[in-house]
Write a protein that binds this ligand. Structure first.
Ligand code: HEM
Ligand SMILES: *[C@@H]1O[C@H](CO)[C@@H](O)[C@H](O)[C@H]1NC(C)=O
Ligand SMILES: *[C@@H]1O[C@H](CO)[C@@H](O)[C@H](O)[C@H]1NC(C)=O
Length: 347
């Protein structure tokens, strides 16, 4: 056990070193401006990114895209900091169903957005406002899926999280089916099924543990956790893995299912590694969060992330980069550039 966690630590250290040297956001010189041309002539670099996404995708067609988006995200979050977590979660729900194709944004009968799993999703207004302004500066150019990916990144940065470069060129999907949201984990799964779910999206055990670190910000409705507080699995008692003081706090806080409670008990508005530290204090809000600490497959990673904040920051950027390219639509006929993110284009 001690050996395996030491090994994991070395592994993370190695990843950290690689990422630290490869991913320096402050170095403007490294933004690959000639990538606009890689649409015709893919380079080796771009083939890693599914061939058709690229960092310079909007460089000519909408050079102000990132600054418009950045300013909007910033203003909204300054008004209401809880929107940052909501934007990040929106990206999660978008990408795991039909890939990062903006399908979560479609607002019609029977769409993902109307499903039970989406009830607590927020941030749609932010995306719509960004889209409206982009339609004024560069009409029919920037996809809603790209907007969502960049907004999730900027929201993370706004709360002190890491920056990662987002490649663009995602097309917006035309299909959104409520029932398909049923695959999204709700916090009552076992680790094996979470691992399998992440694997089905091309993500690893490390990605699972690191991306669960998103719960270092944001809130959960009490409805999602009340079952842990009183009659856990029909025992007539609370979930025994919850720290007694924290349990007491939660029982007082969660009288009603409609109330909400911070996912990270101590620093909900800071993108830090306290989430992992508090898991070791049995203060994980979701059952699945706490399981990451007790399951032998994930616990060495939790320990490493709890003890070294910089590893969390760097690895989160790496895992989100992978996450943002899940099953993207890139071919001309695979999708469209929506004019209004809530609806497919009418022809
Ligand atoms: C590993 C499996 C995961 C499970 C079981 C899970 C489950 C949940 C649940 C139950 C909530 C609270 C929903 C409510 O209000 O009732 C939540 C919130 C949240 N989740 Fe996850 N999640 C997972 C992975 C992720 C990932 C990969 C991300 C981001 C990439 C993410 C980002 C968030 C954020 C930011 C919130 C707070 C939302 C807000 O404050 O509006 N989650 N999650
Ligand atoms: C984990 O959950 C899955 C899906 O609910 C179930 O089929 C499986 O038996 C569970 N595994 C364990 C070890 O409990
Ligand atoms: C949660 O973790 C933070 C950071 O280590 C710590 O300051 C805080 O006391 C923890 N919360 C509790 C109630 O133990």
């Amino acid at each position: 056990m001690a050996n395996s966690s030491f090994f994991t630590f070395l592994l993370l250290l190695l990843l950290y070193t690689i990422v630290a040297s490869a991913n320096n956001p402050n170095d403007d010189e490294t933004v690959p401006s000639d990538n606009v041309f890689t649409l015709q002539v893919p380079t080796l670099d771009d083939s890693i990114l599914d061939n058709l996404l690229s960092f310079g995708y909007y460089l000519k067609s909408c050079p102000e895209f990132e600054s418009i988006l950045h300013n909007k995200v910033k203003v909204w979050i300054q008004k209401d900091h809880t929107l940052a977590a909501s934007l990040l979660r929106l990206q999660f729900h978008d990408c795991v169903v039909r890939g990062c194709d903006g399908s979560i944004l479609l607002d019609h009968d029977g769409s993902e957005r109307r499903a039970e799993a989406s009830k607590k999703l927020r941030g749609f207004d932010v995306i719509n406002e960004i889209k409206e302004e982009l339609e004024r500066s560069c009409p029919n150019t920037v996809s809603c899926a790209d907007i969502l990916s960049a907004a999730a990144r900027d929201a993370t940065v706004e709360l002190g999280g890491p920056y990662w470069a987002v490649p663009y060129g995602r097309k917006d999907g035309r299909i959104s089916i409520a029932k398909e949201t049923q695959i999204i984990p709700i916090g009552r799964e076992n680790i094996t099924s979470l691992i399998e779910f992440f694997q089905s999206k091309g993500l690893t055990l490390l990605d699972l543990v690191v991306l669960s670190g998103s719960h270092t910000i944001g809130r959960s409705s009490c409805g999602s956790i009340q079952y842990r507080l009183y009659n856990y699995q029909g025992s007539g008692k609370p979930d025994p893995t919850i720290d007694p003081k924290y349990l007491n706090f939660l029982q007082r806080k969660c009288r009603w299912a409609s109330e909400s409670v911070d996912l990270d008990a101590t620093t909900p508005n800071n993108f830090d590694n306290n989430y992992y530290i508090n898991l070791s204090k049995r203060m994980g809000l979701l059952y699945t969060d706490q399981l990451l600490y007790s399951d032998p497959r994930t616990s060495p990673l939790v320990s490493a992330l709890a003890s070294t904040p910089s590893i969390f920051q760097h690895q989160f950027a790496v895992s989100m980069s992978k996450f943002g390219v899940i099953d993207v639509l890139t071919a001309q006929d695979e999708g469209e550039i929506r004019t209004n993110c809530n609806f497919v284009n009418a022809y």
